[in-house]
Write a protein that binds this ligand. Sequence first.
Ligand code: GAR
Length: 204
Amino acid sequence: MNRNLGVLISGRGSNLQAIMRAIADGRLDARIAVVISNRAEAAGLQRAREAGIETLCLSHRSCATREEYDGRLVEALRARDIGLVCLAGFMRLLGPTFIEAFPNAILNIHPSLLPAFPGLDAQHQAWQHGVKVSGATVHLVNCDLDAGPIILQAAVPVLNTDTPDTLAARILVEEHRLYPEAIRLVLDGGWEIVGRRFVRRAAV
Ligand code: GAR
């Protein structure tokens, strides 16, 4: 698989940073070719610039429709020969125009054990529901929200003393470990989608 990554963010960019660190440490053989944000004030843009990575801000406000916005994103990523798109806190829904342009080549990280608590504020949803275990999921992106084939998950306990913020911080530690590992698995190949399962073929 083409190892050029396009990372899409909307905010802080700590998962972006974890991917950058894994590449710098030699744990992940890949290159971040571009970081794109839909928000100019996203702190992650600065992190990328400091590391000498090209950044782009594409605001959805400049487009009349989701399709037009998705088309502009696709154009920017194709122009940079991106093989794998990594959503890292990118808080925009992507439509069929985008999903079909990168079949089985878009990853997302989500702060819950999917299929529990999809959508916004997953850590708060889990805390409020009262589950005793939550966690993080990296999955392939399809047209249904937070519902594509699961690549890796990590569980964390929910403590009686937790607030949504302390739970989110515990989950984030696992996110930073999980995302580079999931990217590595996908780039290394030797997997297939069976039904809705991501299945790695046994090594021979
Ligand atoms: C992360 O917790 C990520 O899992 C979550 O946004 C945060 C981004 O943090 N993503 C979602 O909720 C997607 N539905 P970061 O900008 O520091 O990586």
